[in-house]
Design a binder for this molecule. Structure first.
Ligand code: PLP
Length: 414
């Protein structure tokens, strides 16, 4: 007899993305390089995958702080001080390190308050529905991160109406807000950095549209945190010169190399979000040791050392972008440490990633459905602790890859 659980499995694997991924694995068994296992990490940006030691160009630890002895030590000290976890929702109690980290984050941003969630995904899943009611609307960029879209789904199920506007299109944003009337309040949800393309939104124009249309800007700056702006406080203040009428979400996992996400907000909203975010109330918090790590990272970002780290990152990024462009590659992004090199065809994109891996460089091959069909890219994440010879080596491997592609004709995988 077939058990219901087996029938469930059979129907799920034939459905949507699961069917696509299965097909994908069958078509490209040797080149798909998804679901990888890193067997060892360090020193620096070296990782071991499938027994091979390669330079990792797939890490969001943009400042290389995952390997910083001070950050590591503060997390280890945190475990000794607090144990591995405090084991309760913050709706009941928080450890001192929580308040310390939130106060430090707020002071670093220059905002009144901040609230930490276990991840940016959970910040968006908690704060977005928490900030609206049935009389409000959410207007989202069509390419806003999946976690924003998921947060909107929860808000919709609570009765809030939602709309999409064309990517980075200020006129369409305004038009969409006008069509969404009547509403009491509107939340405009966007990314601070679109991580698949490296594009930035026209923040100033969107802020003005928000002010003129009874709307509030909600910027998920996960990839800008630690990387853009003065002392790495992100893209928002740098572009707007104010935090008025804006919520800022940031990551504690990417450039921070710790764990979690935060929302920067006026003080009264911090209290309100504690009681209106289900992911905050009904889920566990970031372990205290990681909050100690977060405090150490904020101190580093606020110190003179930040400029040194940032200039190393910038120099690596500039060298890579200039080198790739010299090779005639179509480079997307480059304003932040994620650059995408357009390859196009899915098989070619996977083959290109595999080729670079065999040359000793791991980069991510990104294909449909993460990017449009036939718009596959090599996604390269540059870190401050990549050595100049590793950047030069990757450029050399990219050059060989393109020479081979030219010899093979239009298709790398031919
Ligand atoms: C804009 C944006 N929001 C949220 C996330 C998810 O963050 P987390 O891993 O903390 O859930 C990402 C991850 O890349 C992102 O780019």
């Amino acid at each position: 007899m077939t058990l219901p659980i087996q029938r469930l499995y059979e129907s799920l694997r034939r459905n949507g993305v699961a069917r696509f991924m299965e097909h994908f694995r069958q078509m490209f068994p040797d080149t798909h390089m998804k679901d990888l296992v890193v067997e060892a990490s360090g020193p620096g940006r070296i990782v071991q995958i499938q027994g091979r030691r390669v330079v990792n160009f797939g890490s969001d630890s943009f400042l290389g702080l995952d390997q910083d002895p001070r950050v590591k030590e503060s997390i280890i000290r945190g475990v000794e001080k607090w144990g591995t976890h405090n084991g309760t929702s913050r709706a009941f109690s928080s450890v001192q390190a929580n308040g310390d980290a939130e106060a430090k984050i707020a002071a670093w941003l220059g905002m009144e308050a901040s609230l930490i969630y276990p991840s940016v995904t959970l910040a968006n899943a908690g704060a977005i529905p928490g900030l609206v009611t049935k009389t409000d609307v959410i207007v989202a960029d069509e390419f806003a991160h999946n976690s924003i879209q998921e947060g909107i789904k929860i808000a919709k199920s609570n009765g809030t109406r939602s709309f999409l506007f064309k990517h980075n299109d200020v006129e369409h944003l305004e038009e969409t807000l006008k069509q969404a009337r009547p509403y009491k309040n509107a939340l405009i949800t966007i990314d601070g950095v679109y991580s698949m393309s490296g594009e930035l939104p026209p923040l100033k124009a969107m802020h003005e549209v928000a002010l003129q249309n009874d709307a509030i800007l909600y910027v998920d700056d996960a990839h800008g945190t630690g990387v853009l702006g003065k002392n790495g406080r992100g893209s928002v203040f740098e572009n707007l010169g104010t935090y008025e009428n804006v919520f800022v979400v940031g990551s504690l996992s990417k450039a921070f190399s710790c764990l979690g996400g935060f929302i920067g907000c006026p003080r009264e909203f911090q209290q309100l979000l504690k009681i209106r975010s289900n992911s905050y109330i009904f889920g566990g918090p970031v372990p205290p040791s990681y909050l100690e790590g977060v405090c150490t990272v904020v101190d580093l970002l606020c110190s003179d050392e930040y400029e040194r780290l940032k200039s190393k990152l910038q120099s690596n990024l500039d060298t890579l972008v200039a080198g790739a462009e010299r090779l005639g590659m179509q480079v997307l992004g480059g304003l932040t440490p994620i650059i995408s090199i357009l390859i196009g065809d899915e098989a070619d994109t996977l083959q290109a990633g595999r080729f670079l891996f065999e040359q000793g460089y791991y980069v991510q091959s990104v294909t449909f459905p993460a990017v449009p069909y036939h718009a596959g890219v090599l996604r390269i994440q540059v870190n401050a602790n990549h050595e100049p010879e590793q950047i030069a080596g990757l450029l050399g491997a990219l050059e060989s890859m393109f020479d081979l592609a030219k010899m093979a004709g239009p298709r790398l995988a031919a």
